[in-house]
Design a protein. Sequence first.
Length: 337
Amino acid sequence: MLAGGRQDGRPRAVLTVDVEDWHQLAGRAVGRMGWDAPHEEFVRQVDDTLELLGELDVRATFFVLGMTARNHPGVVDRIAAEEHEIACHGWAHVRAWTQSASGFRRDVEQGLAALDRLGIPAPSGYRAPAFSLTKKTPWAFGILAELGFRYDSSHYDSPRIPGCLPAFEATPGPVIELPIAVARIRGRRLPVGGGSYWRVLPRRLIRNAVSQLAVEPGFPVLYFHPYELGRAPLRLTLPHGSGAKVRARAAWKTVRYNPGRGRVSALLTETAERLQLVSCKEALAHVELARGSTPPRRLIALTPANERSSHDRSSTVAIAGGPGAAEGQQTLEIGST
C-alpha cells in the first residue's frame, strides 16, 4: 500500500472521475450511425458531477479521454476552472492489451495532444481505459515513464479484469502506481473502488470496506464516471432507420447501466462526510515525500522470463527478479534501468 497520512483528522481516500461520454462509447459499441458526434446529455452529466463536488467542497482528479475533449472543449475548460486536476485517459478508449506497444504510445500521445490544444498543462497522471494495463502490457509502464508521467492509476485487482496484475506498492522511480480500492473479505478480492460496484453492492459493505482501507497506511482510490453521477436516466437515442440489431443492443445498454445509478451520489456524499477526499496530485505529494529515503522495492508479478520479449528487457521500466516474486517469475521494478 502507499504511504498515507491525515490532515483534518479524517482518513483519506483519492477521488477520481473518468471523463468519457457514455453516449459516444455506447453508440460506438452498438454500431450507432453518427456515434462520434457531441452529445448534450454528457454536458449535463458533467454539470451534475461538478455541482456535487462543489457541494462536497472536494477537488478530484479527472482523467480526460482525448476524443471526448475534442467534442466538448468547454467541459474540460470548466473542470480546470474549478481547480480539479486534469490527467490523461488516452484518446480512443481502446483497451491497452489489444494494442501493440507503438499503438499504445500513439493513443496516449493523441490524448496528450488533445489536452495540449486546450491549453491544459502536461498532466502528471494516466489511467488506461477499463484498467487494461495487465500482464499482456509489460511495456506500457516504460512508455508512460518516457512520456513524462509521474503516476499511473490503471491497476484494479479485480477478478473481472483478465490477466490482472497482483497488488502494487509505491516505489521510488519515475512512475508511481495509485491502485483502485479493493477489499479482502474471507480471503477473496472484492472491488469497492466505485463504478458499477457502487451500483450493485450493499451500501453498508461499501461504506465499511472503504473506511477500513482508508485507516490503513495508504490512499484507497475511488473512481466514477459522469453518467453515474448525472441525475437524468440514461437513454441511447438512435437515428431513424437504425436496424433491429442496433436497437436491441441500445436497449440492453440502457437496461444494464441505469439500475442503481441514483444511489451513487448519495453514497459518495456519505463517504465525503467520513473521509477526506483528495486528488491524485495531493496523494502523490505525500507518497513522494514519504518515499524520499526508502530503497527500491519489487512489485508486480509478471510473466516468466522465457516469455518476455526483447522489448520488455530494454524498457525504461526495469524488469528484474527480486524478493517476493514467485519462483520462475519476474517482478517489475519501477525505477532506473
